[in-house]
Ligand binder design. Sequence first.
Ligand code: NAP
Length: 889
Amino acid sequence: MSDAIAEASASKATSDGATQQVDVAVVGAGFAGLYLLHRLRKAGFTAVAVDEASDVGGTWYWNRYPGARCDIQTIDYSYTFDPELDSAWKWSEKYATQPEILRYLGFVADRYDLRRDIRFGTKVTNATWDEAAERWRLTTDNGAAISCRHYIMATGCLSTPKPPEIEGVKDFKGEIYFTGRWPHHEVKLAGKRVAVIGTGSSGIQAIPLIAEQAAHLTVFQRTASFALPAHNGPPSADRTALLQSDRAGYREQARWSMAGVPFPPAPVVSWQLSDAERRERFEQAWAAGDLVHILTQLWADQGVDVDGNALVSELIREKIRGIVKDPETAAALSPNDHPFGSKRPCLDTNYYATYNRPNVTQVNLRQEPITSITASGIKTDKRNFDVDVIVFATGFDAMTGAIMAVHPITGRGGKSLSDIWAKGPQSYLGLTVAGFPNLFMITGPGSPSVLSNMAVSIEQHVDWVVDRLQAMREAGFSAIEATATAQDGWAQHMADCSTLTLHRLANTWYTGANVPGKALGVMPYTGGVGPYRSICNEVVSRGMLGFRLTGPDVAAQCNDGEIVRLQPDVRIVLNMLADMNLPPIESLGPEGARAFLAQFNAGRPAGRPVGEVGDGALQGADGPVPYRLYRPATPGPHPIVVYFHGGGWVLGDELSDDPFCRDMCRRTGMIFVSVGYRHGPEHPFPAAAEDGYAATKWIAEHTAELGGRPAPVLVAGWSAGGNIAAVTCQLARDRGGPQIAGQLLLCPVTDCDFDRPSYRENAEGYFLTRPLMDWFWDMYCPPADRTDPRVSPLRGKLAGLPQAFVVTCEFDPLRDEGVAYAEALAAAGVPVEQLKARGQMHSSFTMVDVVITGVSGRVKMAEALRRFAGLAQEERQADKGARSDGLAA
Ligand code: NAP
C-alpha cells in the first residue's frame, strides 16, 4: 500500500462540544506539521493541527515578499518519505519560488487529505500540562479547546518576526511591510520611494526586485552579509542525474551527511593547495551557485578554522569589489566582522549589481545609525530620508520565538517554559524539555534545524517522535519526559559542539544576538545531521537513555544518563574506526603494526607549514639516531623543545607525530626536534629511555648548530614519548645535566601497574586498549625491570625535577597514572599544572585537524611551554573561544 493510499482511518477526533479530544495536537501546518499529521494518522493516532494561517505552508505561507525562494536546491528541499510522492512532483527551477513551494505543500496536503484535520485561522492561546489526567489542555482563540495526550510544536524556526526596535514606527504615514508577513494582495511599488531595512537573506532576495519597480530604493544596512550568486535556472543537471541514478541512495546519503545535502566531505585542507588551486576551486564554487557546495567542498578547514576561512572570505570580497562600481559602496557591502558561514550566508540574483543602478542608494548604518522613524521617512544621525514605503527585512525571533513567546506553556508543577528558558533554551536533543512531559518540538533549539536542510531534519524528527509514541503505546506508557541529567548532558554536548565551528564568532540570530535582551548562545546543534541522527538512534538502542517513561499499568522505566560524553569529533572518529573493523594492532606483530601505522598516518590531513623542516642525525646512547627539526617562520634563535613521539616504545619514528610537531612549533614559536629513538623488541629496555636522555644532552650541547637559543632546552612527549620525556628529566637531574626548563607530558605512561579505574573504564573502545598496552610492555620491557624508574618514573625520586605540564584525557586507560604522576610531582615540590581534558581520548591531541576540539588543549600546552621558556604569551585570533572549552585544569 502506498503512503498516498494509506488513509487516515484512525483520525477520528472526538469532541464534547467544548473540548476537542485527540491523542496528539500539533501547532503548525508547514513542512513539519503536514508530515506529522500524515505519520500520526498512519500510526493510528487521532490528531489535530492548528495554524494561524488560512492555509497550509508555514513559513512559505507568510514569506511571500518579492524574490522569496528557497536557498537549498529544491530537489533536496523536498519530502522523501514516500518514493511515489518523491517522483510524482517535478520542480521547475533549481531554487523554486515561494509560490511553487506553496503549491507543492498544497499538493502534499491534498494527496494525503490532510486539511480535514487542520484548524486554520486558529491560535493556541494557552497550553497547560494536567498532571492528574496526564494530558495537555489547550485553549484557542477560535473554537473548541483541545485536550491531548501529546503536544507537538511544529512551529518552524523562523516564524515569529522580530518587532522593529526603532523609535517612531507608529508615526510613519506611508506604507509599512514586513518580509515575514507580506500581504496576500499585490503590493504596488512602481513610482514610489522605498526603503528596505535589513540585508539578511530576505532583504538580499527582495532588494533587486524592489529596485526594478521602485522610483528610488534606499537600502539601510547595518551588517553586510556574504552572498553568492544562485545562478538559478532549471534544476541542475548534475544533481538531478545523481538523484535519478539512485534515488534511495541519494536520499539516504543526505540523511547521514553533515548538512542534510548529499555532498562528500571536502578532501583537502587549504594549506595543501597553491593560491592558483584555491582560486580554481573557489571559481568552481562561485559558478556552482550552491551554498552547501561552497560551505563543504572548498577545503576542509574553512568551516572550522579562522585562517582557512579568511581565504574564502577574501575571495568573496574580491568578487564584490569586482561587481560594485563605487568603491565606497563595495567596501560597505564587504563583510569583514564575521567569518564566512558563521552568519547564515545568502544566495542572490543580481544583489551586488543592484547597487550600480542609478535609483539605488546604500546607507551604511555603521557610519550613520538610524535614530528614528518619522512621519515622512527615516532619520539617521546625519540625514533624513523621505520615503513612501518602508520594508522591514529585519528578521525573526528565531528558534525560540514561536515556541516561547507565542503562548504560555505551563509544564509540571506549574513551571512556565518562558521562565525555564529565560537564560537560553534548554532541551534534550532539541526535541523535549525536562519538566514538560509529552511535549515535543520539531527542529527545536538544540537540534541541527537551521544549520541543515530543513526537509531532511524535519523528516528525521517526525519519524523519531512518532516511532517513540508508537513504542510507548505498545508498552503501555502514557507519559515520557526527559531527565535533568540528560538535558544537562545535552547542554554540555551542545557547548562542546559549538567549539567545532565558527558560529560562536558572530553575533547572529543563531546565537540570539539579533533580539535585544535575548539570552546568548549558539542555539542550533552544530555537530551535523548524520551524527545527530546516530545519537537519536543511540538514545533508543540504549533503552531510551535520558527519558522517564510512566504508565498506569506498567512499571516506570528510567534509564538515566548522558547520551554523549565524548567530545563530538572524538565520537565521530571512534565510530569511524569501529566501522572499519580493523584488526587489533597487537595481532599484527611489530612489523605489521608499523606498516599499519604508516598506512594510517598517510591518510591523515597534512601538517601545517612551518618555517623550515630539516632532517639529521644526533648521538643516541649507542650510536646515531635520526631526528626531524621543525623551525618556526619567525626570526630566531628560538628555544628548543626535544620531542618524543608516541607508539608504545615499539611503533612510530621521528616523523610519526609530524602534524602535532608542526602545530606546536607554530603555536609556541619554538623549534621542535623530534627524536627517532630506538624501539623494542629489537632494542629492549632501557634503549629508548637512554636514547631519550642522550638525545636531550646532545641537543642541549648543539643548540647553536641547530639555530636554537642556548640551553636550557625543554622536553615534551606523548604516550610512551611522555614516558621518555619524564624519565629524561629524572636522568638529567641525577647525571648532572643537561639543564631542562620544563616538561610537557601528554598522556604519559608513568607506571607499570594497570590496576587503576581508568584502565578498567577505558580498556576498550577508545583506540588505546588494554591488550595493546600489555603488548607494548611485553615488547619493550621484561617483567623484572618494570618497576625501574627508567620505565615507571612514578616510582622514582621526584623532588628537584623541572616544572611540568601534565595532560590527561578522560577516556584514556593512561589517565589515572598521568594524574598520579602530576600529583606526586606536586607533592614532591615540583611546580606542576594539570590539564584534565574532558571527553577526549588518548590520541585526541595528536590527531591535529581531525579532532578539532583538541585545539583548546594545544593552546594551553603551548602557553605552558612558552611560560617555561620565559616567552610572552600571544593569543591568535583563531584560538578565540577555544581556550577554555572541554578542559579542566
Ligand atoms: P536576518 O538574517 O536576521 O537579517 C535581518 C537583517 O536586518 C540584518 O541585516 C540585520 O542587521 C538587520 N536588522 C535587524 N534589526 C535591525 C535594526 N533595528 N536596524 C537596522 N537593521 C536591522 O533575517 P532574514 O533576512 O529574514 O533571514 C533570516 C533567516 O531566514 C535566514 O538567515 C535564512 O535562514 C532564512 N531565510 C531563508 C531564505 C531562503 O531560503 N532563501 C530567505 C529568507 C530567509 P544585523 O545583522 O546587524 O542584525
